[in-house]
Design a protein around this ligand. Structure first.
Ligand code: AHG
Ligand code: MN
Ligand code: MN
Length: 352
């Protein structure tokens, strides 16, 4: 089976970007390293149990107290090795409590979630690797300081999704989001979708609804209104999807629109939700914005937030712009939140 005629090869795409702007040379090298490592990841994930017990829990936990799976650690080691062969000054990872200094003379740092969707490894559901590439700060006091920049300063960011297809989703420099898919026969990535655009309207939401009782009023109000369908104030039937892998929900929303929400809630330790700003929210917000979508912490654009710590969590809402703006309205205007829905009486009395 031949490649689709005229489909651009990943290497050629990067060469062209660097020819247009030589300052992207270093970041292109980092992207090439990510692509090479992800091909190895794709191969071993595709083998599943034939390779080993990748989904088994280890005795160790990561910085958030999550039990580490074999594949979390393997992926971390594989990508750290790749970054040692690229111009990377330091790496922050979900699986390492401190930044790892590689070559302090280099001008780029990388924050990564080496394996996103760990609970789905054994379920044979799509999982991924998320990455954020930042410029070093000239006056940084210690390695950590390089990472405490708002996501707006990312030079490139994105994720690899290991699913029925292995795809590399990224935005580079000031460019739009691109999707390259691995041709497993050739061991190379080819452009699959050029500059996807997130649909402006949405009729599909992604949220872990089992947390309903822990949510604050504005999130409950928004989801109540989605569930009301054509009989409610949104006047539209909504569908729901929740994969448990941020990369899979983000990929779907890129391709067909929708909204993703992981808000803060009342559970102990979940005040700022579950997802991490540096290596989950920032890279996803970057590729969603570069595809015409929006991403917020319910109110503020994710990319404007200055991180307080390298492993800081953040409430995350992203997807179709109209829907993300609507969620902000439910939060900024509590009267709107209370009165908007037909459940007004109940909501107004019981929840505010
Ligand atoms: P990770 O596997 O890197 O810990 O990330 C899992 C994340 C994300 O992929 C997903 O959207 C979310 O956690 C699922 O959380 P719940 O299990 O609370 O639904
Ligand atoms: Mn993750
Ligand atoms: Mn992870």
């Amino acid at each position: 089976m031949p490649q689709i005629a005229g489909t651009e090869d990943f290497e050629a795409h990067l060469d062209r970007a660097v020819a247009l702007d030589a300052r992207l040379g270093g970041v292109a090298q980092v992207l090439r390293a990510i692509a090479v490592a992800s091909i190895e990841m794709s191969g071993l994930i595709g083998l599943g149990r034939l390779y080993g017990r990748l989904g088994d829990s280890r005795a160790s936990t990561n910085t958030d107290g999550d039990v580490q799976k074999e594949l979390d650690v393997l992926a971390n080691d594989l990508f750290v090795s790749a970054f040692k062969r690229a111009p990377v000054a330091a790496v922050v990872s979900e699986e390492m409590s401190e930044p790892l200094v590689l070559d302090p003379a280099c001008l780029l740092v990388v924050a990564m979630d080496p394996l996103d969707g760990s609970s789905n490894i054994d379920a044979n559901v799509s999982i991924g690797t998320i990455f954020s590439i930042l410029p070093v700060l000239a006056d940084a006091n210690g390695a950590e300081a390089h990472f405490l920049q708002p996501g707006r300063t990312q030079i490139a960011a994105g994720f690899v999704i290991y699913g029925p297809q292995t795809s590399l989703v990224f935005a580079l420099g000031s460019g739009q989001t691109q999707i390259f898919t691995l041709d497993r026969r050739a061991g190379r990535f080819y452009q699959a979708v050029s500059a996807p655009v997130v649909a402006s309207e949405c009729a599909e939401y992604a949220i872990n609804a089992s947390n309903y009782r822990h949510w604050d009023t504005p999130i409950r109000a928004f989801i109540d209104d989605c569930e009301q369908g054509t009989e409610g104030p949104l006047k539209r039937n909504h569908n729901m999807r929740w994969t448990g892998s941020l990369v899979a929900d983000a990929y779907r929303i890129l391709l067909r629109g929708g909204i993703f929400l992981y808000p803060g809630d009342q559970r102990a330790g979940y005040m700022d939700g579950r997802l991490r700003l540096l290596y989950e929210a920032n890279p996803v917000a970057f590729i969603i914005e570069r595809a015409g979508g929006k991403a917020s912490d319910c109110l503020r654009p994710i990319l404007d937030i200055v991180p307080s710590a390298i492993h800081a969590r953040i409430p995350l809402v992203f997807g179709s712009p109209a829907a993300v703006e609507l969620v902000a309205r439910y939060h900024s205007d509590l009267q709107f939140s209370a009165e908007h829905a037909p459940l007004f009486g109940k909501r107004g009395l019981m929840r505010l």
